[in-house]
Write a protein that binds this ligand. Structure first.
Ligand code: DX5
Ligand code: ZN
Length: 222
């Protein structure tokens, strides 16, 4: 973990007919990671990607691939996503049969293990798992879709997760996802967020380099 700002564009908002080109565009534009939102239509009411898309993304970039699994029983798919080239795999506690087992499995596959908190999920969920985690994702919108408004009520939660991570002394990344923009990135960073996921604010604009730079500057407080 470092204190540096990480920008992770979510390909949920990319032009999927040109996925490799879209990823190359954000990589050239200064992105640090590529975020892949996997939704199964059961954990959340949308259907998005599977391991084949992660494999395609892996071939398109050298950047770390950050996979956010919004699927029930993610344990069934961890190996497939690991093999497809994910670097970080993040799961939701409510979706797991056993979160401890899922996190251990992700690490045993040689990948970084993350836990995501939905807006209504308590920070206390994390406490037993701090030694088994490489990343915490605070989701600031309902799971599943891009383009939703950032829930301001999540800012105190980001601060609470930051405090918990710092007190644990573990090198855990704090990622913020959903409705992130240059309007709120400064407040998110002050609350302790370091990894900024953004879908619509990056891919729905023609100049991705400018969008990424704008987000990074806002996060840095410039
Ligand atoms: C929401 C996803 C997000 C989403 C972000 O379920 O986890 O990653 O795609 O998109 P924006 O930045 O448009 O809210
Ligand atoms: Zn996500």
């Amino acid at each position: 973990m470092s204190n540096a700002i990480v920008i992770a564009p979510s390909i949920l908002s990319a032009d999927l007919g040109h996925l490799a080109r879209e990823i190359a565009d954000v990589e050239a534009g200064g992105a640090d990671w590529v975020h892949v939102d996997v939704v199964d239509g059961r954990f959340a009411p949308h259907l998005t990607f599977g391991p084949a898309t992660v494999k395609a993304a892996r071939r398109a970039t050298r950047l770390p691939i950050d996979v956010h699994l919004m699927v029930n029983e993610p344990e069934r798919y961890l190996e497939a996503f690991a093999k497809a080239g994910a670097d970080t795999i993040t799961v939701h506690e409510e979706a797991c049969v056993d979160l401890a087992v899922a996190l251990a499995q992700i690490r045993s596959l040689g990948k970084r293990a993350g836990v995501a908190l939905k807006p209504e999920t308590s920070v206390d969920t994390l406490a037993p798992y701090l030694g088994a985690l490489d990343l915490v994702l605070v989701l600031c919108v309902s799971p599943g879709a891009s383009g939703q408004a950032f829930q301001e009520s999540q800012l105190p939660k980001i601060a609470a997760v930051r405090k918990m991570i710092d007190q644990s002394g573990q090198p855990i990344d704090l990622e913020v996802d959903g409705g992130v923009s240059s309007d709120n990135a400064g407040r998110i960073a002050r609350a302790g967020g370091r990894v900024f996921v953004s879908g619509s604010k990056i891919f729905d604009t023609p100049d991705r380099a400018e969008a990424i730079q704008k987000l990074r500057r806002a996060a840095a407080g410039d």
